[in-house]
Design a protein around this ligand. Structure first.
Ligand code: P6P
Length: 333
């Protein structure tokens, strides 16, 4: 079968008017950057890259060496291309400005350079998540305010998953498409056209150790799943929790499921655990583009009006019938 590469896919999207030349360039640059991140992740102990960097990120979390390397790779890869007005990273408090001697473009790139990095030292899959917004018309300078757009404004979103294969999963608003890295050729090959989330599932993902902290609607919903065929759902459910959002969401995009990091007493003061701008929003766009749903439990994630660049939100996403059920329980109170 003729192998279509990411480059060819993007040129065809551009011919169909779904991407601009600059957005195509942006995605190609991000694809090259995640290849470099994947090389570093797979070296691990061989290159003395495991363990702590000895610094903390904006979230106050100890940075892994690979967190810092992945962040640097993405910033440096995207600075010179002329396609961006600015960048924002989970690892950096301030908006990252494009160096003055480089041209600027009409897009804003946001990313979590290495999500799930606590899994690196135990060799479990981690990923990179990215989101693309337009630089607002009439905006004077690319400050934090420019980034504070609801997720429905995203023009593209995607993630790389560093697992048995290195995958790049992407949407530019016309369905979700997956690419597998051919390490010999060094190119991403189009392997997963139009990924779709089934509306029903028998698989859920949540960190069950937080059960006593969950709000009653989530406690009710999960208890029903655990009762299986002996309870009101009348069927058994299975549970998975990788603790790498990219890995858990990729499973949902591949075979369905519901992924939950709901509001609980532990993260209530922060508004949730996961970050809105570069975790929840891109994943919500992907899941909706694949026919699934994504809410905070109380509203559509893509409609949340951001107030701060690094704000957190509750996340419930995946198979629509399950997301609708647990969201209905929240609204029942
Ligand atoms: P917990 C990883 O740190 C992360 O941000 C997501 O990738 C993941 O889904 C979640 O946190 C795991 O959280 O509380 O289970 O360690």
């Amino acid at each position: 079968m003729r192998r279509v590469t990411l480059t060819q896919f993007l040129i065809e999207q551009q011919r169909a008017g779904r991407t601009s030349p600059d957005l195509r360039l942006l995605i190609e640059v991000v694809a090259r950057a995640v290849k470099a991140i994947g090389v570093n992740v797979s070296k691990g102990a061989l290159a003395d890259l495991l363990g702590e960097a000895g610094t903390d990120n904006i979230q106050g979390e100890a940075q892994k060496k690979l967190d810092v390397i992945a962040n640097e790779i993405l910033l440096q890869a995207n600075e010179w291309g002329g396609h961006l007005a600015a960048m924002a990273s989970e690892e950096v408090e301030e908006v990252h400005q494009i160096p003055f001697d480089y041209p600027k473009g009409g897009y804003l790139l946001l990313f979590d350079p290495l999500d799930g990095s606590s899994n690196i030292d135990v060799n479990i899959s981690v990923g990179t998540i990215f989101s693309v917004l337009r630089f607002p018309e009439g905006a004077k300078e690319p400050n934090e305010q420019c980034f504070l757009q609801p997720g429905r404004e995203q023009v593209a979103a995607g993630y790389a998953l560093y697992g048995p294969s290195t995958l790049l999963i992407l949407t530019v608003g016309n369905g979700v498409h997956g690419f597998t890295l051919d390490r010999e050729m060094g190119s991403f090959v189009y392997t997963h056209p139009f990924m779709t989330v089934p509306v029903d599932t028998q698989e859920y993902a949540i960190n069950a150790s937080n059960a006593r902290h969950w709000e009653p609607p989530v406690q009710r919903y999960v208890a029903e799943l655990q009762q299986g065929k002996t309870g009101p759902r009348g069927k058994d459910f299975n549970m998975r929790w990788v603790a790498s959002m990219v890995a858990d969401v990729h499973r949902v995009l591949t075979r369905g499921g519901i992924f939950m990091y709901p509001l609980d007493e532990k993260c209530r003061d922060q508004g949730g655990k996961l970050r809105l701008m570069y975790e929840a929003n891109p994943m919500a766009m992907l899941v909706e583009q694949a026919g699934g749903s994504a809410t905070t439990g109380r509203q559509r994630i893509l409609d949340v009006q951001p107030e701060r660049l690094h704000q957190r939100v509750p996340v419930i996403l995946g198979s629509t019938h399950e997301v609708e059920r647990v969201t209905a329980y929240h609204l029942e109170g």
